[in-house]
Design a protein around this ligand. Structure first.
Ligand code: URA
Length: 434
């Protein structure tokens, strides 16, 4: 088999076989296929796509490229919730203790942020002492004892995705549906979960900007999960504005804690209840999503989800007192109100640009080597649909470096569109794929 023939086949829009796909992934991980040929194939896939069977084969090849996590020692139903990536998306911090306090086991492998999107591992590491790199036996033991643990992606899980993702990042081939599906599901399927709920984001802050593209992505994700024998469903949710009020690591953990206490913003509350309800339904604990949602809402009212979150912090070496004393997170030395540049209703928010503004303040990385400023980020005071008077604060910036303010403010200002008319409200949950 020759790589050059595979590239030509895909250029002509023909489907690759299972053997050809494995020849590619195994050869690439084994450093036998050079970057330039892998890049040429990715570009051919970007243009010509892949059918459902090819996408599933690429996913399984990525899953099989590294270690598979064996969770058989974890007793009970194991469920995971995964988001395709967004801005201000702290739902994993809230949904996982909600479902764990209902008895579902959550053994979660999460990612770090890259580009304009945030990552659960970075957020958790803003809790003093919290460890995300715990050994497998300790991880299993914590999940068996308290029902929940969240760790970072081990180097050995899906190494083909690690290499391919880095190559896609620099060859402008990230936004290809079969490549996104195989990347997400290749990693998810390496973990041994019974049920998976996917939160497929749509809009200006997500990889898929239109509802049609997001629906296609959701359908292919669900189809691939089913081919692997998983119970799986996807919700398509709005990312045309940031979720909640805060963007940035420690700021988002604080907002997640407030939500667990029942004081969360409406949009965040709603999405968390629905994602938890879907997880409980898929795991067999609730017969409908509505029933699951009611069970999940109760864990906020009776304080059990917050207690579960505190238990997880303690088990993973963090200081659980952060839930009562936010000063333990530390505070950014520079806090600056950002005025609205015009009077009018905010009619649109370029959410990707808001993610970039937060990154410029220090809350994210431009390369994997960058160090995160845990206290940096943004509090959004005016969101789509709100009225702003010129000069009144539209946002508050948090950073450790005053020199970062100027660039971030320019990006933030450009992200907001003002209009005389109030925009039509947009639902938060746009669709569901089962
Ligand atoms: N998240 C992933 O893990 N991979 C992608 O390709 C996109 C989002």
């Amino acid at each position: 088999m020759r790589m050059v023939d595979l590239i030509r086949k895909k250029q002509e829009g023909l489907p690759l076989t299972r053997e050809e796909i494995r020849f590619f992934t195994e050869g690439y991980v084994g450093n036998e296929i050079p970057d330039y040929q892998a890049a040429a194939l990715l570009m051919a896939i970007w243009f010509k796509g892949m059918d459902r069977d090819e996408t599933a084969e690429l996913t399984f090849a990525i899953r099989d490229s590294g270690e598979k996590l064996d969770f058989s020692e974890i007793k009970g139903i194991r469920a995971d919730k995964h988001s395709t990536g967004g801005v201000g998306d702290k739902t994993s911090l809230i949904v996982t203790p909600m479902v764990a306090s209902c008895g579902i086991k959550v053994a979660k492998i999460s990612g770090r942020g890259l580009g304009h999107t945030g990552g659960t591992v970075d957020k958790l590491e803003s809790i003093p002492g919290f460890r995300t790199d715990i050994p497998k036996d300790e991880f299993t033991d914590i999940v068996n004892r308290i029902g929940i643990a969240i760790v970072g992606q081990n180097r050995e899980v899906a190494p083909a995705d690690k290499k391919l993702y880095a190559l896609r990042d620099v060859t402008s081939t990230i936004d290809s549906i079969p490549l996104i599906v195989s990347s997400i599901m290749g990693k998810k399927l390496a973990a041994d979960d019974d049920a998976i709920v996917l939160d497929v984001k749509t809009g200006s802050g997500s990889f898929m900007k239109t509802k049609e593209e997001s629906r296609k992505l959701a359908e292919l994700l669900v189809d691939t999960g089913k081919k692997a024998g998983k119970k799986i469903m996807a919700l398509i949710t709005d990312m045309d504005r940031p979720l909640g009020e805060y963007v940035g690591n420690a700021l988002e953990v604080r907002e997640a804690i407030e939500t667990l206490k029942g004081n969360g913003p409406e949009d965040l509350n709603e999405i968390c209840e629905v994602l938890s309800g879907a997880t409980l339904m898929l795991s067999g604990d609730a017969s409908t999503l509505e029933e699951g949602r009611r069970m999940a809402a109760k864990t906020i009212r009776d304080g059990s989800a917050l207690r579960k979150f505190r238990e997880m912090i303690k088990a993973q070496g963090g200081n659980p007192e952060v839930t009562e004393d936010y000063s333990l997170f530390g505070e950014a030395p520079v806090i600056r109100a950002i005025p609205a540049k015009a009077s009018g209703f905010i009619s649109a928010m370029d959410t990707e640009a808001i993610g970039k503004a937060s990154l410029l303040l220090g809350a994210g990385r431009s390369t994997m080597a960058d160090v995160i400023d845990e206290t940096a980020g943004i509090r959004i005071l005016k969101k789509t649909g709100d009225y702003a008077e010129k000069g009144e604060p539209a946002a508050v910036f948090y950073t450790s470096d005053e020199r970062r303010l100027l660039d971030a403010e320019a990006v933030y200002d450009n992200a907001l569109t003002y209009s005389a008319e109030r925009p039509a409200p947009r639902p938060l949950i746009l669709d569901r794929v089962e």
